[in-house]
Design a protein around this ligand. Structure first.
Ligand code: HEM
Length: 175
């Protein structure tokens, strides 16, 4: 049976939705969340961040499940076996990175006892989240994820404009 030309439409939706949510959560986390003092005014921002982070985590798990049960297009080539291997590794590291952010985020929230923020309750915030080990991992994986996203976007542009193989169309709707 010939492989389909595109990914399953549910995977297409999940890909672009995750891309928007991850970029927003990463950039807002690195630019504002980390810099703000842990006063009570920070609670709504943290609650929004945690909600988006949990949503991304759930969507990533759902995406992996759907990926395994749907038919995928044939493997793409970037024109060199080493580049193809880097491409495959980048895709799996992106999944791992998204899951790693969710798990380390859950670790920080549980150690800091801030889950009640999700239901609008008030809890005291620690002076600095870095006293919790998962916070170190969360910061490191965030930077790794940002680098992987840059590589992923660079590769998509390379396929689209240099190889002109229409690879981006596989992650869009159509027959
Ligand atoms: C893919 C999902 C997520 C992304 C992309 C993300 C991104 C970030 C970033 C970029 C930072 C700042 C890191 C730094 O400057 O070193 C941060 C901090 C934080 N995140 Fe997340 N996060 C995610 C999921 C979560 C989840 C699920 C939770 C909790 C349920 C969470 C809780 C926190 C907390 C408590 C901080 C510390 C804020 C501070 O130090 O003031 N995150 N996150």
């Amino acid at each position: 049976m010939t492989p389909p030309k595109r990914y399953h439409p549910v995977l297409v939706v999940l890909h672009w939705l995750s891309a928007i949510l991850i970029l927003f959560t990463l950039l807002s986390g690195l630019s504002s969340l980390d810099d703000l003092p842990n006063t009570p005014e920070k609670a709504p921002l943290l609650a929004t961040h945690m909600t988006m982070g949990l949503l991304i985590f759930g969507l990533t798990v759902l995406r992996l499940v759907i990926r395994f049960v749907t038919r995928k297009p044939a493997p793409a080539t970037a024109g060199h076996p080493l580049l193809d291997k880097i491409g495959i590794a980048t895709h799996w590291l992106l999944y791992l990175g998204a899951l790693g952010m969710g798990i380390s985020g859950l670790g920080i929230a549980s150690q800091a006892g801030i889950f009640p923020l999700l239901s609008g309750e008030t809890v005291p915030l620690p002076a600095d989240f870095s006293i919790y080990p998962p916070r170190i991992g969360h910061g490191l994986v965030a930077r790794l994820l940002l680098a992987l996203i840059a590589l992923h976007i660079g590769a998509a542009l390379y396929h689209q404009f240099i190889r002109k193989d229409g690879l981006l169309g596989r992650m869009w709707f159509g027959k």
